[in-house]
Write a protein that binds this ligand. Structure first.
Ligand SMILES: [Fe+2]
Ligand SMILES: [Fe+2]
Length: 195
């Protein structure tokens, strides 16, 4: 195969014709992938520290959000490569891109309110991140928009769960049928289906 010849990628050319800044979109998608991946890790720690009788119920809610962050990471990957982008080869560089240090365990690691406040902050950040991609792609890149709006729908649900737990603001929340159900992003993260 001739490697030196750069192929014409019609799937990218149409986006440029539609007025999309493809390089900026790739940059934002890689950052968002890094946030989702890092949040998945930190939510693992936060969930593990939900102890005692009060912690037991919260553990289940954090688990639902945690597994959906993994789905959000998975949902980005294919599109990043289709657009001509790639993930950094240095994993530590990838984690640092996320700016998620605030999600580390609180000084008292089993302080449930502090844990929930961190979860809420993470979800609210994710909403801003995915809304940005929606705005960049609306009317220009239906494939990326479809992924971003489905992730955004799950982030909005996650925010409402943590608002309910912290402020007794009803979310209309029914628990997921099973952890990792990911009702909006399941079709974008099929690699997780075999788990
Ligand atoms: Fe997420
Ligand atoms: Fe989330």
């Amino acid at each position: 195969m001739a490697e030196s010849k750069k192929p014409v990628v019609v799937g990218i050319e149409i986006l440029k014709k539609n007025g999309l800044d493809v390089d900026s979109l790739i940059k934002e998608l890689v950052i968002n992938a890094s946030v989702e991946f890092t949040a998945y890790y930190y939510f693992t720690l936060l969930r593990a520290n939900c102890t005692g009788m009060d912690g037991e119920g919260i553990k289940g809610v954090i688990e639902d959000a945690r597994l959906e962050d993994l789905s959000h990471f998975e949902s980005c990957i294919e599109r990043i490569y289709q657009l001509g982008g790639s993930l950094p080869k240095d994993a530590t560089q990838f984690i640092k891109m996320s700016g998620c240090e605030f999600l580390q365990l609180p000084p008292n690691p089993t302080d449930l309110t502090a844990i929930l406040e961190k979860c809420l902050k993470a979800e609210q950040g994710a909403i801003v991140n995915w809304d940005k991609i929606c705005n960049m792609t609306l009317g220009k890149d239906p494939a990326t928009y479809d992924i971003a709006k489905d992730i955004l729908a799950e982030e909005i649900e996650h925010e409402s769960w943590f608002l309910e737990l912290l402020y007794s603001r009803p979310s209309g929340h029914m628990r997921r049928k099973y952890p990792g159900e990911r009702p909006h992003t399941k079709k974008h993260s099929r690699a997780l289906d075999s788990l």
